[in-house]
Design a protein around this ligand. Structure first.
Ligand code: ATP
Ligand code: MG
Length: 433
């Protein structure tokens, strides 16, 4: 028996799907709290969406000829043979949900969600197979004021998280689908004449999704693109006016940006405004937040023509960025006090007393020594817990109806006796509870 156990392979998490350990969760909770407070302050409402969706949803929304749908999705048939996919992003699910539940009967809608997304990519810093996004989607708003609201809101978040001076904003307009089609022809004509100079990926895209070539990281292709026709020169009049008005609002609000005319984004549903918040601090994985307008998506998925605007940010990249700038990761969540108890009789006193203290002081963080142990080993655990105080109940204290209170973090502060009935007031004062 035991020998077969020894040869068994060690079970490990799937590559690119890391655990988030207790030492890391305070930073996550802090980030999530900042985000949900911020979104609440702009009157956005949370929506919770399933992780599995019918595969067709993503093929129809993100686009068949995109990196995500072509090579990054975790898709499988369930026991019933139904094709399903672990969501690679949230916009498609959100649109599916608002349609399914009739939420568009009341527009505008301002929604957000948070959760894991799944893409089969090569894992590296800032790129995982299970990662987390916070997404924001708004429906029923056609003017550029909503794009501006999103951008000002995210700028506020960067300030709140202490990363504002490490990110910058790039914006572009993709125009209407008609003007984009005209531009596509001009681009294809230009590039077809130079097809042999294109990298392999771009050559393939020439026939399927030529705008994505603008995004190519290949230096030769980039050089070729320098003299290519530009998207901004092909914008229809309405898209031009929309883009100009967005820039005017951002200028009035003092939010700086650069126009990147080759910014196209990797998802097919975008039209008009697209943008990315990028940083130089995370190497190649420099985009922390990306979004734009998708006025055609709701009808594409079978709903009434409804403008949509949204963005998603990657939480792993944001946390890496916060770490890189040394931003305060999380408020202190170590216990205020740690009970050290001499014996079972002391535990019988301390457990109900602890409950009464929690009733009276809801913010109190109290840790009990479970599993007995010598006073010395309990004091070691108290120290390791990070608690500010040890609350010690030995036989002397029991007899006197008192608790010995020892400061663990203040050198030379020593120890004092406090009557059990005075403990609540002492803790309230000591920790401003
Ligand atoms: P990239 O160009 O880095 O692959 P993307 O264009 O595929 O990004 P989006 O689909 O727009 O990214 O997703 C929005 C955000 O989600 C990204 O800006 C990034 O912060 C985060 N993100 C996307 N893919 C991953 C991943 N595999 N691991 C970690 N974060 C990711
Ligand atoms: Mg990607």
């Amino acid at each position: 028996m035991s020998s077969s156990h020894d040869t068994r392979r060690e079970l490990r998490a799937i590559r690119g799907m890391p655990d988030i350990l207790p030492a890391q969760t305070p930073a996550w909770q802090h980030l999530e709290r900042c985000i949900s407070e911020l979104l609440g302050s702009y009157a956005y409402q949370e929506i919770r969406l399933p992780i599995l969706e019918p595969t067709e949803l993503f093929a129809r929304s993100i686009g068949e000829v995109t990196d995500i749908v072509e090579k990054e999705m975790y898709s499988f048939a369930d026991r019933n043979g139904e094709g399903m996919t672990m969501r690679p992003e949230g916009t498609a699910s959100c649109v599916r949900a608002v349609l399914q539940h009739g939420l568009l009967q009341q527009v505008p809608q301002r929604l957000w969600y948070l959760g894991p997304m799944f893409r089969y990519e090569r894992p590296q810093m800032g790129r995982q197979r299970q990662f987390h996004q916070v997404g924001v989607e708004t429906f029923g708003l056609e003017g550029p004021d909503i794009e501006a609201e999103h951008l000002l809101m995210t700028a506020r978040l960067w300030r709140r998280l202490g990363v504002a001076d490490r990110v910058r904003l790039e914006i572009n307009s993709l125009g209407s689908s008609e003007s984009r089609a005209a531009y596509r022809s001009a681009l294809v004509a230009y590039l077809s004449a130079r097809e042999t100079e294109l990298d392999e990926d771009s050559r393939r895209r020439l026939g399927s999704n030529p705008l994505r070539i603008l995004d190519s990281k290949n230096p030769d292709t980039q050089a070729l693109l320098r003299d290519a026709p530009r998207l901004v020169d092909h914008l229809d009049a309405e898209s031009q006016a929309h883009f100009a008005e967005l820039r005017a609002i951002l200028d009035a609000a003092g939010l700086s940006y650069t126009i990147n005319s080759s910014l196209v984004r990797g998802l097919d549903y975008y039209g008009r405004t697209v943008y990315e918040w990028v940083t130089e601090s995370l190497g190649a994985q420099g985009t922390v937040c990306a979004g734009g307008r998708y006025d055609g998506l709701v009808s594409e998925l079978g709903g009434p023509a409804t403008p949509g605007v949204g963005f998603a940010m990657g939480l792993e990249r944001l946390l890496l960025l916060m770490q890189a700038v040394g931003a305060p990761a999380a408020p202190d969540n170590r216990p205020h006090a740690y009970w050290v108890v001499a014996d079972a009789a002391a535990s019988r006193l301390v457990l109900p007393l602890g409950e009464r203290l929690r009733d009276a002081l809801p913010g109190l963080r109290l840790q009990l020594n479970c599993g007995a142990g010598s006073m010395k080993s309990q004091m070691k655990r108290a120290d390791r817990s990070g608690a500010a105080l040890a609350l010690i109940v030995g036989s002397d204290e029991m007899a006197a109806g008192e608790v010995s209170v020892r400061e663990l973090r203040i050198e030379g502060a020593g120890q004092q006796r406090v009557g059990i009935n005075a403990l609540q007031a002492m803790l309230a004062e000591r920790f401003a509870l």
